[in-house]
Design a protein around this ligand. Structure first.
Ligand SMILES: *Cc1c(COP(=O)(O)O)cnc(C)c1O
Length: 430
């Protein structure tokens, strides 16, 4: 089938990018477990290496199973193209790589996945890149943080560890006025709940490890390009606008138009950084995405029920789920993610750090793991695990203080999850 926007989300999540296998008729997308692909002849090989013809050379760059997943995610996000990577963290480096260089900075939200805060505040410095952390609800602070060396703005639509919803349109307008791309990490929302490109984002990154795969089986990442940003409008993005030595002076923006960023991601990013997704992982994620809308609806329904129950319980201090009327973001979700606030949130337990540790140990259905977006319900005490590397101020700013636990509500019976929380809370809070 052709992927036209006239099809609904449920149809596209099953069909976009996939066709019956031309060689065998296989209806499901085969796992093309091959490193290399035979050239028709020497001219064909030369054309492929010169980027004059699109095709398969070597699986560090492109693989037919991974290509289906790339087209599927690009379609669901309303983007022009996508590049899949070995993990969400790989996707973040791949997203920044074409637009950053030593001495340049990215303005980022201070409410992010703990690993991303570490990646941005520590590791990217080794490349000579800098991240400037700001509160994205303070629009003046975002504007003030942007300087001549800024090359992108970055935030999460629904921020990990949960409860915060970014006003994507307002931030996109600021980035736009400064001639910069806005990169949205849409991992927690997924394109079913939020479509950042429709709110003005240039690029969308995913940890496909989470809700997109949906069952905690493989790691993966993806960078989606809207195809709408003009990389030639300023001299800020020479990798895309200027001649590329490695391809005989080819200019990506001029040659590939709306696919320039995606082609750069494959022809330079995957070629030289090698953060490639393998076809097995793509297969599991393709299977997961087929049921994305059904799962997300249930995740939201369960999370809403459980958040309401927790909020009414006197052993709980507060609950941060944006789907609760008490949330400061309850109005914003109607615009940014109208189908719900996903199933990731935090709650503070009376009794602080010690009570959180006891709670995590006493739960029976919830698993104590460093993951989210699984069919299984998961819990973690962020301050002693995922956010352990951060300073106390960073933990508080990220919503991961010592008295707070983070849950990722799964697809089990909500009543069973509530009963489990009830028995564990009675052991944790005396
Ligand atoms: C997990 C996660 C990442 C990192 O993804 P990996 O696949 O673990 O590398 C990035 N952002 C968010 C919001 C995440 O939840």
């Amino acid at each position: 089938m052709t992927d036209t926007p006239t099809y609904g989300f449920d149809t596209l999540q099953i069909h976009a990018g996939a066709r019956p296998d031309p060689a065998t008729g296989a209806r499901n997308t085969p796992i093309y477990q091959s490193t290399a692909y035979v050239f028709r002849d020497a001219d064909h090989a030369a054309a492929l290496f010169n980027l004059q013809e699109v095709g398969y050379i070597y699986s560090r760059l492109t693989n037919p199973t991974v290509a289906v997943l790339q087209e599927r995610i690009a379609t669901l996000e309303g983007g022009a193209g996508a590049v899949c990577c070995s993990s969400g963290h790989a996707a973040q480096i791949m997203a920044l790589f074409p637009i950053m260089s030593p001495g340049k900075n990215v303005v980022v939200s201070n409410r992010l996945y703990g690993g991303t805060i570490t990646q941005f505040s520590q590791t990217i410095k080794r490349f000579g890149w800098e991240a400037k952390f700001v509160d994205m609800d303070d629009l003046d602070a975002v504007k003030a943080a942007i300087d001549d060396n800024t090359r992108a703005v970055f935030g999460e639509a629904i921020a990990n560890p949960g409860g915060y919803i970014m006003d994507v349109r307002a931030i996109a307008d600021i980035a736009d006025a400064a001639g910069l791309p806005l990169i949205i990490d849409n991992t927690t929302a997924t394109p079913y709940l939020c479509r950042p490109i429709e709110h003005g984002a240039t690029l969308v990154v995913h940890s496909t490890t989470k809700y997109l795969t949906g069952n905690g089986s493989v790691t993966g990442g993806c960078v989606v390009d809207s195809g709408k940003f003009d990389w030639t409008a300023s001299d800020k993005f020479p990798s895309l606008s200027e001649p590329e030595q490695a391809y005989h002076g080819l200019k990506f923006a001029e040659t590939f138009g709306p696919l320039a960023y995606t082609f750069h991601g494959i022809a330079i990013g995957l070629r030289d950084l090698g953060m490639t997704m393998n076809p097995q992982a793509a297969h599991y994620t393709l299977m997961g995405i087929e049921t994305l809308s059904l799962r997300m609806d249930r995740h939201v329904e369960n999370a809403t029920k459980i958040a309401k129950w927790l909020e009414a319980d006197d052993r709980i201090e507060y609950v941060t789920y944006a789907g609760l009327e008490s949330s400061p973001y309850f109005e914003r979700i109607k615009d940014v993610c109208p189908r719900g606030a996903s199933s990731l949130f935090t709650f503070a337990v009376k009794g602080g750090y010690d009570a959180c540790i006891k709670l995590v140990d006493a739960l029976e259905i919830f698993s104590h793991v460093a993951n989210l977006g699984d069919a299984r319900s998961l819990i973690i005490h962020s301050a002693s695990t995922t956010h352990r590397q951060l300073t106390a101020e960073q933990q508080e700013a990220a919503g991961a203080g010592p008295g707070v636990v983070r849950v990722s509500i799964g697809l089990e019976d909500a009543d069973d999850l509530i009963a489990d929380l009830d028995q564990a809370l009675s052991k944790a809070v005396s």
